[in-house]
Design a protein around this ligand. Structure first.
Ligand code: GUE
Length: 297
């Protein structure tokens, strides 16, 4: 029987443990604060930011949401980030991606104080991760590490195929998985749109992490019965009944679930872990900035 991995359950467990850290901070007069910045009318982006704010509330993190008109200049956005950098009540800053075309994403990421960079996208945090001294780990890849550990799959000695080479998932994922630690120690192959014989590579993997941003790219025929499949895709496609949309992953669930050893569903798999690790980073950032030791899960 293929195991369907319950991301919500693992995320809830981590959140419960983070609540204890928030209490420790409170004993020292500190309330962790997360600022989210949204510069988009996109309804998916709005949904995700709302989910992040709600999750903060659940565990006692103070969320502050900033909305900017999509026409706002890059200078104005950068000014807003500067103010958040200087605000001591704000320990974490997240600018929801994507930003509009007239704003350069990399410029924005580099404006965020690296100590407040709860996405882990600032070059300083990327560099620290690659050199084996991670500070704030990118949320989705970190969540996947936790998920693999919590389900007992583990990563040490495993052949992992990462499909996708983005800065937010694929590249940090491959770097985290080769680290010399219990959440790493894997042998990693990173595949992408120019990879020859993708199916051959995924079929030989112990773990496949699908993060290409292509709906249902990976199907059951590309997997072996021993493969653990982690689906990072959150693609909105038109609903079959013509009403609204439905969420599909980068994995074709129906065929993959017949074949694989274990699989994460969409929704209810990686997504909830991403949010839990955002809370984790916010608590960690507060602990570092306020010099209060907490027992992070
Ligand atoms: N600066 C920045 N940081 C991000 O972390 C970031 C971002 N920009 N831009 C967009 C992506 C997307 N993302 C998701 C997080 C959680 C779910 C999630 O929890 N999804 C639910 C379902 C949600 C639904 O029903 O639509 C689930 O999978 O169960 C999805 C998507 C974070 N992102």
């Amino acid at each position: 029987m293929t195991e369907i991995i319950d991301g919500n359950e693992i995320a809830d467990r981590i959140k419960t443990e983070l609540e204890v850290c928030v209490e420790t901070l409170a004993d020292h007069g500190v309330t962790p604060g997360l600022a989210t910045v949204l510069m988009s009318d996109d309804s998916a982006s709005e949904t995700y930011v709302n989910m992040k704010q709600r999750a903060c509330e659940e565990i006692g993190i103070e969320g502050r949401h900033h909305e900017l008109d999509p026409e706002t200049s890059s200078d104005t956005l950068e000014g807003r980030i500067e103010a958040l950098n200087e605000n001591p009540a704000v320990h974490g800053i997240l600018v929801q991606m994507p930003v509009p075309d007239h704003v350069d994403e990399q410029t924005i990421l580099e404006r965020i104080d690296p100590m407040k960079d709860v996405d882990g996208f600032h070059p300083e945090n990327v560099g620290k991760l690659v050199t084996g001294d991670p500070r704030l780990k990118p949320c989705t890849p970190h969540g996947i590490q936790r998920l693999l550990a919590e389900t007992g799959v583990g990563t040490t000695g495993k052949d992992v195929v990462v499909v996708g080479r983005s800065n937010i998932v694929g590249k940090p994922m491959m770097n985290l998985l080769v680290q010399k630690d219990d959440l790493g120690n894997a042998t990693v192959t990173t595949c992408h749109s120019r990879t020859d014989n993708l199916a051959e590579k995924t079929r030989n993997a112990d773990i496949v992490i699908a993060a290409a941003g292509v709906p249902e790219l990976i199907d059951g025929s590309m997997l072996s019965e021993d493969t653990v499949v982690i689906d990072v895709g959150v693609n909105r496609v038109d609903a079959a009944d013509g009403e609204g949309y439905e969420l599909v992953g980068d994995v074709e669930f129906e065929s993959a679930v017949e074949q694989a050893n274990a699989i994460t569903p969409v929704p209810g798999g990686v997504g909830p872990l991403t949010i839990a690790m955002l809370l984790y980073n916010t608590v960690k950032a507060a602990s570092l900035q306020e010099n209060v030791d907490v027992d992070l899960p």
